[in-house]
Design a binder for this molecule. Structure first.
Ligand code: SF4
Length: 437
């Protein structure tokens, strides 16, 4: 059963009188268990929908719709499939107490892997899930492989019952499914020979394995399960060598890099990031692969058309990772283009600890503290990724309260160009992007 949350105005659903709260039970005789069933079984143009009205009355809708016309039904969010593992490096296990409840959900859901690109380990996959993936052609999937060696993977996922990922992937690939893979690398556990074996196994899948990312283990001061070694510069550098060696082979034999080191890996290794061509279609940018290069590229392309902001003083808040590497160069570039004066404010993360260095995980309290008592700025730019769609930071501080507590306007920005262009046009309000009003 799936439940209707909203009906789009002017849609077929509105025309037939579907109401929010209605339970959709079956389409053309097949039970509806979740949004995937609704999407795929509902793709026919002739539909018989068994439903139950909000007052409990059963009802049947018979619909003949014009080819391809959307139904206009929005469903209540699915209940997420929970994770069966207990990875030492689990970010959820590394969260401090007291954050909002949904941050503590350890999801591992092949449906969200297909629908939103969330990585899933597939370790909770049942036979009927595999059958659905094949029937609905849920491709590509995003798979946390970590290691193809079964024993190493058992240890990494801290789960003695984890299935053989190679056998799972073979079944899926034989059924026409493609996938992107990631390997979160724990020094001493799945680097070295285990990583070589994993890359070799993934390479053997040919075009079915669309890309593979090498991601350094990321820990917070609360990662209480972790017993491994920390990822240091030397280990990260060896991993970059591995990524580049395999990437070189893939370029020669397949015409694209195929294996990518994450941005964090390059920054930890203090090695220069690859250029924009290396990343092709940026298949794993949501996984932190190529985002910095894309930012640098966007700024290089967009800076010449930015407006003159002569005499403006702009504070830029960021985390230690970019702050101590690429950000000074970015701001010099922007300063030359706009004639504005930028001051970089690098903030250490007090919520997760100093090992969490990315700007997108900065809590509101740290940003407030960094800007309070500072004067002489026309405005401040903060990382837009640190705020959710409702205008809240990870520590539940609303952007509005941070704004109220600091002496300059504050604008969340993804790439500087977004805000600087609007400032020049005079089209930016104090309560700009990133905040629900
Ligand atoms: S698969 Fe591992 S890292 Fe992901 S949620 Fe489960 S325990 Fe955490």
């Amino acid at each position: 059963m799936v439940r209707v949350s909203r009906i789009q105005p002017g849609s077929i659903a509105e025309e037939i009188g579907l109401e929010p709260g209605t339970e959709l039970l079956a389409i053309n005789g097949r039970d509806l268990n979740d949004f995937l069933d609704w999407e795929f079984l509902g793709a026919d143009d002739e539909l018989v929908i068994d439903a139950r009205l909000p007052n409990g009355e059963p009802i049947v809708y018979e619909i003949e719709r014009p080819e391809g016309a959307p139904m206009g039904v929005e469903l209540e969010p699915p209940s997420v499939r929970r994770c069966a593992n207990r990875c030492e490096f689990c970010f959820v296990e590394g969260l401090p107490p007291g954050l909002r409840r949904n941050l503590y959900i350890r999801d591992d859901d092949y449906r969200l892997s297909f629908a939103y690109g969330n990585f899933a380990t597939l370790s909770n996959l049942r036979e009927r899930d595999v059958a659905r993936i094949l029937e609905y052609r849920l491709s590509p999937l995003y798979v946390s492989v970590h290691a193809t060696n079964w024993e190493a993977r058992r240890r990494l996922l801290n789960n003695p019952r984890v299935p053989d990922i190679l056998a799972q992937l073979r079944t899926l690939v034989q059924g026409g499914i493609q996938f992107h893979a990631q390997m979160v690398v724990v020094p001493g556990l799945n680097d070295g020979a285990v990583l070589e074996e994993s890359l070799g196994d993934l390479w053997a899948f040919g075009d079915a394995c669309l890309s593979a990312a090498i991601v350094p283990v990321g820990l917070t001061q609360f990662s209480h399960l972790y017993t491994g070694r920390t990822m240091d510069e030397a280990t990260a550098s060896i991993l970059v060598d591995t990524a580049e060696r395999w990437g070189g082979r893939a370029m020669r034999e397949r015409g694209h890099a195929w294996v990518y080191g994450s941005d964090e890996l390059y920054l930890l290794a203090k090695r220069p990031l690859p250029d924009v061509e290396h990343y092709g279609e940026f298949a794993q940018i949501e996984n932190g692969v190529g985002a910095v290069t894309r930012l640098l590229h966007a700024i290089r392309d967009g800076a010449p058309s930015l407006p003159r902001l002569t005499g403006r003083r702009i504070a830029v808040v960021t985390g230690t990772s970019l702050g101590n590497t690429y950000m000074p160069g970015i701001l010099q570039h922007l300063s030359r283009a706009t004639h504005a004066e930028f001051e970089l404010i690098i903030v250490e993360n007090s919520l997760f600890g100093a090992t969490t260095t990315v700007a997108g995980l900065l809590p509101g309290a740290d940003i407030r503290r960094a800007l309070q008592g500072r004067s002489g700025f026309d405005f401040a730019l903060i990382p837009a990724e640190s705020i959710n769609e409702h205008g809240f930071f990870l520590d539940d501080a609303p952007l509005s309260s941070v704004r109220a507590d600091v002496p300059m306007p504050v604008y969340p920005s993804y790439d500087f160009l977004d805000v600087l262009q609007d400032v020049g046009d005079g089209s930016l309000s104090h309560a700009g992007a990133g905040e629900a009003q």
